[in-house]
Design a binder for this molecule. Structure first.
Ligand code: NDP
Length: 308
């Protein structure tokens, strides 16, 4: 097996990873960044981003990520295509394997592996992914202008997606398995005040219906039996899961699987391992907050190495 030693290894390539790369490169830590399965992360699945400061006209998600990558590369970061497949944090330098074959020693590691949308796990949902089943209203809502759609879930994300879709679509059903919404009061209010959203409380999705054209309905069950609703699109908004499978034996995670960082810093329970972005943040989950935490991790990492 090839072996290589690096000062700072960054795992993951969303806004947190690229920002950490920009800062550590400028600090002369010669960072090596592995992009992972989805280079650019979740933002590459969105279209227009209007709330990332510095882009008064907005910018597309893929373009924003490409810009961040180019900036990191220009400043000297070594950005590589590859997936970290195992880690050993038991001693420093840490030992990491990439793509199951390349061995690497790293003095410090910044974990920026992000989070992914959860799905219901139905076979029919899987079948119509990209053909009417989506987990991102801002990415795909545009395709359902003037049509009827459903959002599944009752949290803040579901409410946000439903109100966004209501501005484009003729009608939005919210399919909520309990008899209440988990979302904040303010978000619930927004949903209730939107005339073309109908909340179906106590409804569980049994099947996504469709044909070769894509989705055309949902089969639902409630306490009194089953019903079918006709629609053109289904947006699953039942939360996210952090991409921490790789680290679950080696680092402290919270009850939802997110990496625990010290308050106000990116430090994990392992000295020399830092975490940034959605992998340690279930609450804000914004490109700008992820980028900000990538900067924090880079500074923490630099100070850690200086103190050695
Ligand atoms: P949540 O975990 O808060 O909510 C998930 C929702 O999906 C719940 O209603 C849950 O139902 C439902 N659900 C989960 N699994 C299933 C399933 N298998 N079938 C049907 N329904 C299911 O996730 P969110 O993504 O909404 O929010 C995550 C965090 O991000 C929260 O802290 C939230 O406040 C925050 N956030 C804040 C925003 C803002 O402030 N603007 C915007 C978006 C998110 P049940 O209640 O029955 O478990």
């Amino acid at each position: 097996m090839e072996n290589e030693s690096v000062k700072c290894l960054i795992i993951g390539s969303g806004p947190a990873g690229y920002t950490a790369a920009i800062y550590t490169a400028r600090a002369n830590l010669k960072p090596v960044l592995y992009e992972g399965i989805e280079p650019g992360g979740q933002l590459t699945t969105t279209t227009e981003i209007e709330n990332f400061p510095g882009y008064p006209e907005g910018i597309s998600g893929p373009q924003l990520m490409e810009n961040m990558k180019q900036q990191a590369v220009r400043l000297g970061a070594d950005v590589r295509f590859g997936v970290v497949t195992s880690v050993d944090f038991s001693k420093r330098p840490f030992h990491v394997v990439v793509d199951g074959q390349k061995s690497l020693e790293a003095e410090t590691i910044i974990i920026c592996t992000g989070a992914s949308a959860k799905y219901l796990g139905l076979e029919s949902e899987q079948r119509y992914k990209g053909m009417g089943v989506s987990a991102c209203a801002t990415c795909d809502g545009f395709f359902y202008r003037g049509k009827e759609v459903a959002v599944i879930g009752g949290g803040d994300t579901a409410c946000e997606e439903a109100t966004y879709l209501a501005s484009l679509c003729q009608k939005v059903y919210m399919v909520v398995r309990k008899d209440y919404l988990r979302a904040s009061k303010a978000m619930q209010q927004r949903v209730m005040n939107t005339s073309n959203i109908e909340v179906l409380f106590g409804h569980v999705t049994q099947e996504v219906l469709g044909d070769e054209q894509g989705v055309n309905g949902l089969r639902l069950r409630n306490a009194t039996g089953e019903r079918t609703i006709e629609l053109a699109g289904v947006f699953v908004a039942i939360g996210h899961h952090p991409n921490t499978e790789l680290f679950k034996e080696s680092i402290r995670l919270d009850e939802n699987g997110y990496i625990v960082t010290e308050a106000g810093s990116s430090k994990t329970n392992i000295e020399g391992v830092f975490a940034a972005g959605d992998v340690q943040d279930s609450h804000y989950r914004q490109a700008i907050t992820a980028a900000g935490s990538g900067c924090i991790a880079a500074i923490d990492c630099e100070r850690f190495l200086l103190a050695q």
